[in-house]
Design a protein around this ligand. Structure first.
Ligand SMILES: *Cc1c(COP(=O)(O)O)cnc(C)c1O
Length: 390
């Protein structure tokens, strides 16, 4: 018996099932056109929905903060790692989301893991949508609470499950926009159940911040329910164009997390320069409402183009999933798109269920109508071809 056998066998198995994954290095900033291996591609796979990763004002804010604060933060937030840009960023987030207070984490992943495991423990219950992001699942596992999975966006199912555990302290947690399906949580129902059964409500705004709601403030603005969610979590790494995670809510919540949330406490703070950049990212969104409008217009336009070529999808978010099914078929279409200079990701198990592999088209505010209609035509062609082969 060799201790490496099990590891190499696992890799062989992934390769056999077409589930083996590798990384691609981009040679350009993340924008609507990117360079990979000296080739230019049109990018329809990025989470940078407002195309802010290389925005000149945001880059400038990072440069100025680098000059003023240097590179590293030098400590965790509760020791020496909090610099003025962290504090300013948290004020901006609280204002942007209409909350009393906000707290940043190094990544969105760390935010979910740290928030959930601090708020509930082994006597408690977490009600979690079956399609929630992996970071929510990991946070729930780490908390040792009882995890009750409810059917996707199904609040009749959820209520039955709550009744079976009635009286126990707990939380309901959901993605605001589901990361691989692009649909939106039924927030009025989620909040109503949380109130009725005195549970904490928590929503992950990774893909809704900067995307939905008239001014891009996210799921509460979309449903005209500002201030209704107890624990509003989000990322700085998607539409905001930088990196990091955040949570906002009332002062009591933030005060508690500062003192109890282990992924916040036991990790060196992200760079002040990145905090300054994220702050500039939010200001960009607040001061340029046409960015969010353009993204929302692109979403409508692209869905119309898809309908015209026989692909019937109606997304209201920047995530447009085109479900293919078999992993190898999805990979084949992705490769053909790559040959036509389109960079689009095929998403496979374990990110989505087996045999529900999909192309995950992600739109940006900077895509032009012409680019969108050409892509829709190409997708129409390739899907037809793929069906004929099966
Ligand atoms: C991306 C994502 C996260 C993690 O955020 P990072 O900043 O990338 O760590 C959390 N939740 C959801 C729904 C996400 O899509």
């Amino acid at each position: 018996m060799n201790k490496w056998n099990r590891i190499s066998a696992a890799i062989d198995e992934m390769k056999e099932q077409k589930l083996y994954r590798t990384m691609t290095a981009f040679e350009s900033p993340q924008m609507s056109k990117v360079t990979v291996d000296n080739q230019t591609y049109r990018l329809f796979a990025s989470n940078s929905y407002l195309d802010l990763c290389n925005d000149k004002d945001i880059v400038q804010a990072a440069k100025e903060a680098l000059e003023q604060y240097g590179v590293g933060s030098g400590g965790s937030r509760l020791t020496t790692g909090t610099a003025s840009p962290h504090v300013e960023l948290e004020r901006t987030i609280a204002r942007f989301k209409h909350r009393e207070a906000a707290l940043c984490y190094n990544t969105g992943y760390m935010a979910n893991v740290g928030i959930i495991s601090a708020l509930v423990g082994k006597e408690d219950v977490i009600y979690s949508d079956e399609l929630n992001h992996a970071s929510i699942i990991d946070g729930a596992r780490l908390s040792k609470a009882k995890i009750v999975i409810y059917k996707h966006n199904d609040f009749v199912d959820l209520e039955e499950k709550i009744k079976a555990n009635q009286g126990q302290y707990g939380m309901i947690v959901s993605d605001a926009v589901f990361s691989m399906d692009g649909d939106i949580v039924d927030l009025p129902k989620l909040v109503a159940l949380a109130k009725k059964y005195d549970l904490l409500s928590m929503v992950d705004e990774a893909h809704s911040t900067g995307v939905i709601g008239e001014s891009g403030r996210g799921v509460e603005e979309y449903f005209d329910m500002t201030g209704e969610v107890d624990v509003l979590m989000g990322t700085l790494s998607k539409a905001v164009g930088v990196e990091g995670g955040f949570v906002c809510g009332n002062k009591l919540l933030i005060d508690y997390l500062v003192n109890k949330s282990r992924s916040f406490i036991f990790s060196t703070a992200f760079s002040p320069a990145m905090a300054a950049a994220a702050n500039a990212g939010f200001q960009k969104i607040e001061n340029n409402p046409q960015l969010v409008r353009k993204l929302q217009d692109n979403i409508k336009y692209f869905c119309n183009c898809l309908n015209e070529v026989g692909i019937f999808i109606n997304s209201e978010t920047a995530i447009i999933p085109i479900v293919i099914g078999e992993e190898s078929a999805a990979m084949k279409i992705m490769d053909k798109l790559r040959e036509s200079a389109y960079y689009i990701s095929a998403i496979r198990y374990p990110t989505v269920a087996r045999n529900s592999a999909r192309l995950r088209v992600a739109l940006m505010s900077s895509h032009t109508h012409e680019e969108l209609s050409m892509l829709a035509m190409k997708l129409g062609e390739l899907l037809k071809e793929s069906k004929n082969e099966q």
